[in-house]
Write a new protein. Structure first.
Ligand code: SF4
Length: 253
């Protein structure tokens, strides 16, 4: 098949997907979007990969996915969120931080890591000689996992997303990674580390070790919220971040 024919099919498929999206909770929406976005679906991935080779603007591609996420109801978190929290930063980031999911502040504002833990993450990024705008920050799940989902106005209502919720949402993160192509990922905390590495090792044991996710180097570290509870962990996080800096500067750890 010629490339132009393939592109035409992809174009028609995209239009169909958009139409299904507009049908909201309809059964067709549920099955089709779930299938298309599932981990196993090579179709949508090939769409995006092809987009790059055809020089379609990555910013635009990222924005298209953001629009899809803002309408997504693939898991129950989508029913109770106030705002989907897609991610922030530059599409050209070499460094990407991945947390577990939005909390109260993020759910209310639609931005990742803006509460107290987020402010500490901003300080860590500055200490690494980067800025929030020069890295990319996202989460494994894009909607707020709540202990009491009937009460989004309640503080301290956050929980780790379930494995099922993470599995359902990870295709969006995979698409972000395919577009941004960071050189290294830093997972923040046990949940996101477990979600990406499928590893049961405690975060205290696995942190600082060089891993890989889909061919991208990955270093797990403590979540900044853990540092707020226990400032003694800051030293370990800084050790981990020094490895990240070294890798970004020299390609070696
Ligand atoms: S958490 Fe992810 S999969 Fe679930 S509704 Fe939100 S965007 Fe969709």
């Amino acid at each position: 098949m010629k490339l132009s024919e393939y592109l035409e099919i992809l174009h028609l498929a995209r239009i169909s997907i958009e139409e299904y999206n507009n049908w909201g909770e309809d059964e067709i929406y549920k099955t089709t979007i779930a299938d298309v976005l599932s981990n196993e679906s090579s179709f949508i991935k090939s769409t995006y990969q092809l987009s790059y080779t055809e020089n379609i603007n990555p910013r635009e591609e990222l924005n298209n996915i953001k629009q899809k996420v803002s309408r997504c109801k693939k898991c129950s978190l989508g029913k109770t969120r106030l705002n989907a929290v897609f991610g922030s930063g530059t599409v050209n980031a070499n460094l990407m931080f991945v947390g577990e999911g939005p909390g109260y502040d993020e759910d209310h504002k639609g931005e990742p890591f803006i509460g107290r833990a987020g402010q500490l993450l901003t300080k860590i990024i500055s200490a690494m000689n980067y800025k929030r705008e020069t890295v990319y920050i996202s989460n494994i799940v894009k909607c707020h996992p709540m202990i009491d989902p009937d009460n989004p106005e309640k503080r301290s209502n956050d929980r780790c997303p379930s494995l099922e919720e993470m599995k359902t949402c990870i295709p969006y993160l995979d698409m972000q990674l395919e577009i941004i192509k960071p050189k290294i990922i830093v997972t923040l905390g046990a949940c996101s580390t477990k979600g990406l590495l499928n590893n049961e090792e405690p975060i205290s044991k696995i942190r600082g070790k060089l891993k890989e996710y889909k061919g991208i180097k990955l270093i797990p570290t403590f979540h900044p919220a853990a540092l707020l509870r226990n400032p003694n962990l800051k030293k370990a996080v800084w050790e981990d971040m020094k490895k990240v800096i070294r890798y970004l500067e020299t390609g070696e750890i």
